[in-house]
Design a protein around this ligand. Structure first.
Ligand SMILES: Nc1ncnc2c1ncn2[C@@H]1O[C@H](COP(=O)(O)OP(=O)(O)OP(=O)(O)O)[C@@H](O)[C@H]1O
Length: 267
């Protein structure tokens, strides 16, 4: 079994006192300080409007920070902040309806100049990873919601990023599909050892998946707590039905309750 002990290698991404104020004056995120470590599974948990998506978009470089600093570790890759090594999964699968599954997954490599033939082995490999190797030649409309989300995950992983950012990816799915995708995501994460930042409203999902939960509060959006889930992986039904899981969920719920009432937690 693996432990969730923090690694001693430098963080993949460091945020220091990062704030974001939009042009209309909204302070969406205030003073966020966070290190995203190699092979961390971090959830951002908090009420609507607490800046979870804004934080994710800042990390992705989709929006600019207003103040503070963010640094990507280039130690092992030679990559710089302008060359972020990440994949992004949105709540909606955002697939091209006119393109087959294969072509949807190929897209990031195509944009990087790779031909269909050259990309084929890696596209097949990621489709296999998400359990869709037999569906390369079908159109998105022929797939269930869960399968579309799998395609979206495959597309995000096709470049083998070191960081996978996921913005409420399973929120629109039914409970059974969500549990299955939680399990499959954990298995892929454990095998391929990238880091994940996962936005969710669900205490249960965050406890099941993460080794670290960042609890956020709104008005202005900010971090009020970080909770470590010191439980070994793999996690399965035994963990999901255990009293330890329940105890973690209670602790995280209490922290979230503080977030809803604007209380900063100091422990
Ligand atoms: N482009 C924008 N321009 C102005 N304000 C924005 C913009 N994007 C987000 N905001 C505001 O910033 C705050 C944080 O929004 P954000 O979407 O990051 O929150 P969230 O925690 O992800 O919410 P939810 O859980 O509802 O998705 C909210 O008050 C939101 O209205």
């Amino acid at each position: 079994m693996e432990s969730t002990t923090p690694s001693t290698t430098p963080p993949l991404v460091s945020l220091r006192h990062v704030s974001k104020r939009f042009a209309n004056g909204t302070l969406a995120l205030q003073g966020m300080t966070l290190d995203i470590g190699e092979h961390d599974f971090i959830s951002f948990l908090g009420p609507s409007g607490c800046g979870k998506s804004t934080a994710l978009r800042l990390i992705a470089g989709l929006t600019r920070l207003s103040s503070g600093e963010m640094q990507w570790s280039g130690a092992n890759t030679g990559k710089t902040q302008s060359d972020r090594d990440l994949g992004f999964v949105f709540q909606e699968p955002t697939l091209m309806p006119w393109a087959k599954v294969f072509d949807n997954v190929w897209l990031p490599l195509k944009l990087a100049g790779q031909s269909r033939d050259a990309a084929a082995p890696v596209v097949q490999q990621v489709l296999e990873m998400v359990g869709l190797s037999r569906f390369a030649d079908v159109y998105p409309r022929e797939l269930s919601g869960g399968m579309k989300m799998r395609v979206s995950i495959a597309r995000a992983l096709v470049t083998h990023p070191r960081l996978l950012l996921m913005d409420e990816p399973f929120a629109a799915l039914d409970e059974m599909t969500r549990i299955k995708l939680n399990n499959d995501l954990l298995a892929i994460w454990r095998e391929h050892r990238f880091s994940v930042v996962f936005v969710t409203h669900s205490v249960y999902e965050s406890v099941y998946l993460s080794n670290r939960i960042v609890v956020m509060a709104a008005r202005p959006g900010r971090v009020i707590d970080e909770i470590r889930i010191e439980e070994p992986y793999p996690r399965g039904e035994e963990f999901r039905t255990s009293s330890r899981y329940n105890a973690h969920c209670t602790a995280v719920s209490q922290s979230l309750h503080g977030a809803l009432h604007g209380v900063d937690i100091d422990h």
